[in-house]
Design a protein around this ligand. Structure first.
Ligand SMILES: O=C(O)c1ccccc1N[C@@H]1O[C@H](COP(=O)(O)O)[C@@H](O)[C@H]1O
Length: 200
């Protein structure tokens, strides 16, 4: 079954619902985000959930991000330079590495695939825009750990599932308002993913 990451969790009650319906729980600890919470929130969340937590960060040194919480995964939501890619190889930590969905990042995508064994997240080049599905379709076929995010909602999720990604990543599409999750949307999205498996 296609795995689910519910991201941008900033309330304990949302984390509990995410834990019941998703495989990964994303918490954004970068002040750039309207869903920002302090890294300490992750350590609190971990007392209430039984699924791995992902610390999502855009800026900052990799070493600082790795050590700032007890999250099982670190998602670096920016394009890394070569030195940083080499650096992540030295950590005994699970990473999610963001690749913008544009042909111009194909060689970057291949570098990550060839050098690391981590999960990849294909997302839109600019936050708030929809991911490029044509590019994503090709890359998903090339590497088995590719997930897709970027504008997934209850109304368009089938388009994403039809690409057969390893996992999907959803944040704004399951919100009531910015930073607060809509539990009904979370449950309905999870049901759609489950039903999708039974169609195949
Ligand atoms: O969600 C955020 O606020 C965020 C901020 C900065 C970097 C990444 C962020 N979120 C990531 O983007 C995907 C897709 O989000 P959406 O579903 O399009 O809203 C999300 O799942 C996070 O991994």
């Amino acid at each position: 079954m296609i795995k689910i990451k519910f991201c941008g969790i900033s309330h304990i009650e949302d984390a509990i619902v995410a834990s019941n319906y998703a495989d990964l729980i994303g918490v954004v600890t970068d002040p750039i985000s309207p869903r920002f919470v302090k890294p300490e929130f992750i350590d609190i969340v971990k007392n209430f959930v039984n699924k791995p937590v992902v610390n999502v960060k855009v800026k900052g040194k990799i070493n600082d991000i790795v050590n700032e919480s007890k999250a099982e995964y670190v998602q670096i939501h920016r394009v890394l330079d070569m030195e940083e890619i080499e650096d992540i190889l030295s950590y005994n930590k699970k990473f999610i590495l963001y690749v913008p969905s544009s042909e111009k990042y194909y060689s970057y995508f291949k570098t990550i695939v060839n050098k690391t064994n981590h999960l990849i997240l294909i997302d839109s080049e600019k936050k708030g825009e929809k991911v490029n599905l044509e590019v994503s379709k090709i890359w998903i076929k090339e590497y088995d750990k590719v997930g897709i995010g970027g504008g997934i909602t209850l109304n368009n999720i089938e388009e994403f599932l039809s690409l057969n990604p390893y996992w999907i990543d959803i944040s704004s599409g399951i919100e009531k308002y910015k930073s607060k999750k809509d539990h009904d949307k979370m449950i309905r999205i999870a049901e759609k993913v489950k039903e999708w498996k039974s169609i195949l």
